[in-house]
Design a binder for this molecule. Structure first.
Ligand code: FES
Length: 426
């Protein structure tokens, strides 16, 4: 149906008698494709593209005020476009007037909310109800309004840190990792990366109870050393509430670097906690604050506490004790560390030939000996962590494709952990 521009915002889109007779018509106004309906004595206009996946709604069914799309059967209240099925999203409706036997539509009505507010609200809804389509549209809508990526990132971090009693999990880690990647991605891929992270956060929180905060201590008269000691001791005895009160007090009284140190210390008081997840998640939580600002630490960091207090400690696992007592080797090396560091204080380390190959050796004693020698010869934490991350990456690249998924988990956990240690040491 051809359309005519009227003297107002209204555009003529149909002959009223024809629409009454046909019950439905398709038309255009500006760049809008419209589905027009005459139903229960009223003229209605909706966007002809189903908000779910674009099926033409003019081919849907209208019955008792409900428009049903024929592809996945999403239902929409015909007069306002609100959906009965949130996974499909609401469809836009347009004001209609009938003048002198013609139907007019306003194709660009004033939105109820400014676009940034609208898309921010929609993102919150998408996260709350784990609606991937709504999350995706919100990311695109906010990007179209030139909203910086840190705004949806901040919303996702705050949501994930609040609405999961078990705390920080893979969704928040993926979101933080995606934020780290944004600068390296092509502009057209950045929205996809943000969407992947945000939708994983929503999935992690779906059906989960929320977290309830413990307050900081009311005194500020506690030294940094004592706070760290209390925090590590609370984690040691798996006391979540005590650890949270210490951490919140630390966030309010200490510099960000000191807060990060306190978390990293607790995450390394035992070996390879939770198959490396604990350190990796602490690192990602800290990195996420580098994006959105450490003034959000109070909102984000307490969510990592369950990952510290509930973690498996690898020295308790038989695989770390048999056939080689790797745990004991590491503890012994730890005891030697002050002397090794003193020896290497004035040295400049050059990685010896084949150092990465040595780190990939099957003999744990050979590996620990090489690492001790590196420290003794002046290797910094960042240099050594970089070599370990390099070795862990090589192991992933060279891992046999016939291995089972759980075997792959072993190598990729090692890599994630080594990468997190390297990033933290930089
Ligand atoms: S396209 Fe309409 S419900 Fe899926």
């Amino acid at each position: 149906m051809a359309t005519e521009q009227s003297d107002s915002d209204l555009v003529k889109v149909a002959d009223a008698d024809e629409l009454r007779e046909e019950g439905r018509l398709i038309s255009r106004a500006g760049n809008r494709a419209l589905a027009l309906f005459y139903h229960e004595g009223e003229f209605r206009a909706v966007d002809n593209r189903c908000p779910h996946m674009g099926f033409p709604l003019a081919e849907g069914t209208v019955d008792e005020g409900i428009l049903t799309c024929h592809w996945h059967h999403a239902r929409f209240e015909l007069s306002c476009g609100d959906t009965f099925d949130p996974w499909a999203d609401d469809v836009q409706t347009f004001p209609v007037e009938v003048r002198d036997g013609d139907v007019y539509v306003d194709p660009y009505p004033e939105p109820d909310l400014p676009p940034v507010e609208h898309w921010s609200d929609r993102l919150e809804t998408g996260l709350e109800e784990s609606l991937q389509l709504v999350v995706a549209k919100s990311v695109l809508g906010l990007a179209d309004e030139d909203v910086p990526y840190t705004d949806p990132l901040r919303a996702g971090l705050a949501f994930g840190a609040t609405y999961r009693a078990d705390g920080w999990s893979s969704g928040l880690t993926i979101l933080s990792a995606m934020a780290n990647l944004l600068d390296a991605l092509r502009p057209e891929d950045r929205n996809r990366a943000l969407y992947v992270g945000l939708s994983r956060v929503a999935q992690d929180c779906q059906g989960e109870p929320p977290r309830f905060d413990q307050p900081s201590f009311s005194t500020r008269d506690v030294s940094a050393e004592r706070l760290e000691e209390w925090f590590r001791e609370s984690v040691e005895v798996r006391d979540e509430d005590g650890a949270e009160r210490c951490l919140r007090t630390a966030v309010e009284t200490l510099e960000p670097e000191r807060v990060a140190d306190l978390l990293y210390s607790a995450a390394t008081d035992h070996l390879y906690m939770d198959a490396g997840h604990t350190f990796d998640f602490v690192n990602k939580a800290c990195e996420s604050l580098d994006h959105v600002g450490w003034e959000r630490a109070d909102e984000i960091l307490p969510s990592v506490i369950p990952r510290l207090t509930r973690a498996t400690r690898s020295e308790e696992l038989s695989s770390w004790r048999q056939p080689d007592d790797v745990a004991e080797l590491v503890f012994d090396a730890y005891d030697e560390l002050p002397d090794l560091l003193e020896d290497g204080a004035d040295e400049t380390w050059d990685d010896p030939n084949g150092f990465v190959e040595t780190l990939l050796s099957d003999d744990p004693e050979e590996v620990v000996t090489a690492m001790k020698a590196a420290v003794q010869n002046g290797a910094t934490a960042a240099e050594l962590a970089g070599e370990v991350a390099h070795a862990a990456g090589r192991r992933v690249a060279q891992f046999g494709t016939s291995n089972e998924f759980s075997d792959w988990n072993t190598v990729h956990h090692t890599y994630s952990y080594a990468n997190a240690v390297h990033k933290a040491a930089l």
